[in-house]
Design a protein around this ligand. Structure first.
Ligand SMILES: Cc1ncc(C[n+]2csc(CCOP(=O)(O)OP(=O)(O)O)c2C)c(N)n1
Ligand SMILES: [Mg+2]
Length: 323
């Protein structure tokens, strides 16, 4: 987004920069932890997609809710979950967000509005619709935000959830992170439309496609969707065009990508783009460097503390099982 169109203050932009760098550093640390065999199960990193989650979650306020997928570390952090508790959860420590019992694919922190990460593709859209229905019945003016991937677009429950939200005008934002691949399949081999936002017409809601690597543009589009939702005008479908820098999961070297594709997307990396915008606005280099240093220090401190925490004791196995 061009500087003239940016309605945010320098401080707000620096805050978003810091959050994106934290998420990037978090994911890199998790990747290293994997190679040291410190993480059980698989994990799905969001390197490259930070602008979608930081821009969108930054448009919410306290009391709103968010649900996301197994590629959800960044979304949960963008809602404000603590770095240390999130690290600890993935490392299986007692101090984790879910006391180490959920792990990478089930990050949840209801205190900050993060109502769950879901590993069954598309299964959480009905949950987002349900949270929006609850908000409407409670007249709370809360908004529900749902992240999902392009690979979810042909799942039955996805259509049911969006249709119901459309007919009941529920305060929900369906945010599709279109990273061009579902596992190892390019979008064009699974879905007969190129612009996913066009599908919104079938659910009676606006569909907006946005540059998902431009955090300011994402924030602006989602802010308008939030305004609509809060004022009773109903749901919005947002398609953020983005790209994951790494493979689908830790075991995927991503050899199916055409030569040069990753390099093209690295040039659109959301973090240097926001740094360039800050420079264009005349923000001092020192402030940008400080944001980076603060983010890196916060990640390192949180990781060390999480590593030092104990594993959950066996007695915890029966706790928090049913509510
Ligand atoms: C119902 C269901 N079918 C298949 C899978 C296996 N699976 C896990 S991730 C994935 C790809 C999803 O791609 P997308 O929605 O684009 O999300 P991305 O991984 O790109 O973030 C598939 C098919 C699953 N978890 N759930
Ligand atoms: Mg995808």
């Amino acid at each position: 987004m061009k500087d003239g169109a940016v309605r945010m203050t320098d401080a707000e932009l620096l805050g978003m920069l810091r959050r994106m760098i934290e998420i990037r550093g978090f994911e890199d640390e998790i990747q290293r932890a994997f190679t040291k065999n410190l993480v059980r199960g698989s994990t799905h990193l969001c390197n490259g997609q930070e602008a979608c989650v930081v821009g969108a979650c930054g448009a919410l306020r306290e009391g709103d809710s968010m649900v996301c997928t197994y590629r959800g570390h960044g979304a949960v952090l963008a809602m404000g979950a603590p770095l240390e508790g999130t690290f600890a959860e993935i490392l299986g420590r007692e101090t984790g967000l879910c006391r180490g019992k959920g792990g990478s694919m089930h990050l949840t922190d209801v205190g900050v509005g993060a109502y769950g990460s879901f590993a069954i593709v598309g299964a959480h859209l009905p949950i987002a619709t349900g949270l929006a229905l609850a908000a409407k019945l409670d007249r709370s003016e809360a908004v529900s935000l749902c992240f999902f991937g392009d690979g979810s677009m042909n799942i039955g429950a996805v259509h049911e959830a969006m249709n119901l939200a459309g007919i009941w005008k529920l305060p929900v934002i369906f945010f599709c992170e279109n990273n061009l691949y579902g596992e190892y399949s390019p979008l064009a081999t699974t879905t007969p439309v190129e612009e996913l936002a066009a599908r919104a017409a079938g659910y009676g809601m606006p569909g907006v496609r946005v540059d998902g690597n431009d955090v300011v543009a994402v924030h602006a589009v989602v802010s308008e969707a939030v305004r609509r939702a809060r004022s009773g005008e109903g749901p919005t479908f947002v398609e953020g065009l983005t790209y994951r820098h790494r493979g689908h999961s830790r075991t995927d070297p991503a050899r199916y990508r055409p030569e040069g594709e990753l390099e093209r997307w690295l040039e659109l990396d959301p973090i240097p783009r926001l740094e360039a915008l800050l420079r264009e606005r005349g923000v001092a280099d020192g402030a940008v460097t400080q944001a980076r240093a603060d983010a890196e220090e916060a990640v390192a401190t949180a990781y060390a503390a999480a590593l030092a925490a104990p594993a959950p004791g066996l007695e915890l196995i029966y706790e928090d099982v049913y509510a």
